[in-house]
Design a binder for this molecule. Structure first.
Ligand SMILES: [Zn+2]
Length: 270
């Protein structure tokens, strides 16, 4: 394992070229590469890592799933917090990391992206549903917990602001919740199965911008490694899986991925 810790230093052009060319050669040697992304890829888009100390979660922590289901008051409070959070990063656009991975997918170098993020920025960078698995759901729309009917956030917000209560499903009366996986909520079975299959079938697993501490998500790189894949960890901070990785790169994510795509000769869109 090689740890390249550049988080505290400014990357020189030469260092960046070396890192990018090493990563590019791993990508070229692989026939089925998968990326796994966490909050760190979206910080450049202005979306904070909510779990960080002093982050927005201090005041606007999501309501646990059981409380949401159990009480109408908790549902109203959950929506109030959700809209407060959304207002604080409205208009976030895909960053260099999202665009670089989208370019790699378009060029056929990546099979897909498994993401812990709920911000929809991989899709906004041009990814279709075939190429993404969202293991923590998606925060840009809502669904009925009973019948799975989809609702847009604007629909919820209009009713919430008019009545100060959380709206129920028009089709079945069930609770309507943002389409994310809350604390205490079961992981989405189909997506987890797909994520695990991608992880065990790949020959290169790129873990990008994830602290790799939230389970079961953090089990995916382990599953990939145990199935014989090479593991690359690109994150500003150390992770508990660093010892397992073939490469550990602690550096700015957008800078490294942009340089990787340039080395590969792929063209980022946008
Ligand atoms: Zn319903």
């Amino acid at each position: 394992m090689g740890v390249l810790d550049l988080a505290e230093a400014t990357l020189t052009e030469a260092e960046l070229k070396t890192v990018a060319s090493d990563l590019a050669s791993l990508v070229r040697q692989s026939s089925r590469a998968v990326a796994f992304t966490g909050a760190g890829i979206s910080t450049e888009s202005g979306i904070p890592d909510f779990r960080s100390p002093g982050g927005l979660w201090t005041q606007n922590k999501p309501i646990p799933f059981q409380a949401f289901v159990a009480s109408r008051e908790a549902r109203a409070e959950a929506w109030r917090r959700k809209f407060t959070m959304d207002d604080s990063y409205r208009g976030a656009k895909p960053a260099r990391g999202h665009l670089a991975l989208a370019a790699m997918i378009a060029a056929g170098r990546l099979h897909g992206i498994i993401t812990q993020n709920i911000d929809n920025l991989h899709q906004e960078a041009g990814l279709s549903a075939d190429h993404i698995v969202e293991i923590h759901g998606n925060g840009t729309y809502a669904t009925c917990l009973t019948c799975a009917e989809r609702y847009e956030l604007g629909w919820v917000r209009q009713r919430f602001e008019a009545t100060a209560t959380a709206p129920d499903c028009e089709a079945c009366g069930g609770p309507v919740k943002s389409a994310t996986i809350s604390f205490g909520q079961a992981m989405p079975e189909r997506q987890m199965r797909r994520a695990l299959a991608w992880s065990t079938d790949c020959d290169l697993f790129l873990a990008i911008g994830s602290s790799l501490v939230v389970h079961p998500a953090a089990g995916l790189p382990v599953a990939a490694k145990e199935s014989g894949a090479r593991l690359v960890i690109l994150n500003r901070e150390p992770t508990p899986l660093d010892d397992l990785a073939d490469r550990v790169i602690r550096a700015d994510i957008g800078t490294v991925l942009e340089a990787l795509v340039k080395d590969l000769g792929d063209r980022p869109e946008g």
